[in-house]
Design a protein around this ligand. Structure first.
Ligand SMILES: Nc1ncnc2c1ncn2[C@@H]1O[C@H](COP(=O)(O)OP(=O)(O)O)[C@@H](O)[C@H]1O
Ligand code: SF4
Ligand SMILES: [Mg+2]
Length: 345
């Protein structure tokens, strides 16, 4: 476990599998990530690569038949104690005290986490009263100031609104207000802007950034959209088929990407200086079915740089390119002095 005070969350070699009747889905199969206080870490990758299951594993809300099979989720609690969330009882009191209080999560679809039969105000007050020792009156005041903080106009009137009465952007703001009710140290945002129009998306990203600057909380931001990563990330982890394939700070990932998958993702985003009519690179093939994980490097059937006879049999380790920059690709295995990043088995 890391012992520096700055690291809030450190996930090592996390594996979360689903044991279905048809077979085992290795949704997360060796993920490493580290998040410092006050920073934003973006987890990026195509749909189905295990981003949401990683987030749910951290909060211990993986649905059956899924479970964490190995790995460590080291989290530094409010009192400075370091705890391994992976070892907690998912239904126990300890993790329930952490959910909402120390770590909050917002989802792509607010309707799935907002109740349709309770007002926004009562849901906000419930979140406050569950974790903070305040009176109902104080909770109500706090609820108004939270709605105000997230930019909901006429906050005191909106306490009595139901979620279906709000627009998509306002619903997302209400969900953020509930997530922030107890001033969590970590906010996990799972594609929170994907369902929104571009302008509302930009407003919500600005809001998260401002709230973070004011409160110093850390954000684990999940997205499939690299333009969002460019806006908001300090650090980036690129995932493919349940693994981290490349990690580094945002400048390194955008200006010195090493993994062929990261490069292909970057080439497939539209740039402001693209020529009219210019075709964007598109990743060939699709993400394999979860039951038919390719042998060797799982990316090899889609890789432009595949090394014949090697990539289809050897599973790449994490190689260190420079401090804080690692990549799982055999192209970097042979280089002199290349060290393997230590991950516990
Ligand atoms: N409840 C479940 N049962 C079986 N497989 C699941 C379940 N939830 C997710 N998976 C599988 O886990 C993999 C990763 O899913 P997910 O984390 O949702 O991807 P992402 O969020 O990156 O789009 C996918 O192959 C998905 O089909
Ligand atoms: S290990 Fe081989 S197949 Fe995998 S990303 Fe690197 S070059 Fe491509
Ligand atoms: Mg997802």
């Amino acid at each position: 476990m890391p012992d520096d005070n700055d690291t809030l969350l450190d996930v090592r070699d996390l594996k979360t599998h689903f044991f279905t009747d048809e077979g085992v889905v290795k949704a997360v199969d060796g993920v490493n990530l580290s998040l410092k206080r006050g920073q934003t870490l973006c987890v990026v990758g195509e749909s189905g690569c295990g981003k949401s299951v990683t987030a749910r594993s951290i909060l211990r809300i993986v649905p059956a038949p899924g479970r964490i099979v190995s790995g460590e989720i080291s989290f530094r609690g409010r009192h400075g104690d370091r705890i391994d969330l992976a070892r907690m009882n998912p239904r126990g009191r300890d993790i329930r005290n952490i959910r909402g209080r120390e770590i909050s999560m917002i989802f792509q679809e607010p309707m799935s986490s907002l109740s349709p039969v309770h007002t926004i105000g009562s849901q906000l007050m419930e979140a406050i009263l569950l974790h903070l020792p305040v009176s109902k009156g104080e909770a109500r005041k706090r609820a108004v100031s939270l709605l105000d903080l997230v930019g909901i106009p006429r906050a005191s009137e909106q306490l009595d609104a139901y979620s279906f009465e709000l627009s998509g952007g306002m619903r997302q703001r209400a969900m953020i207000a509930i997530a922030l009710a107890c001033e969590p140290q970590l906010l996990i945002a799972d594609e929170p802007t994907t369902a929104l129009d571009v302008t509302t998306q930009a407003n919500i990203l600005d809001l998260i950034r401002e709230l973070q600057e004011d409160s110093g909380m850390s954000v684990l931001f999940i997205t499939h959209d690299l333009s969002v990563v460019a806006e908001i990330a300090d650090e980036v982890v690129v995932m493919y088929l349940g693994r981290d394939v490349e990690s580094g700070d945002v400048d390194t990932i955008f200006h010195n990407p090493k993994h062929p998958y990261t490069r292909a993702l970057l080439q497939s985003i539209p740039r402001y200086d693209s020529l009219a009519g210019e075709r964007l690179y598109s990743l060939k093939g699709t993400v394999p079915h979860p039951f038919s994980r390719p042998a060797g490097c799982p990316f090899h059937p889609r890789c432009d740089d595949v090394i014949a006879g090697q990539c289809n049999t050897n599973d790449p380790q994490r190689y260190s390119i420079s401090a804080g920059h690692s990549v799982r690709c055999l192209l970097y295995a042979a280089e002199e002095n290349r060290s393997v990043v230590d991950t516990p088995a």
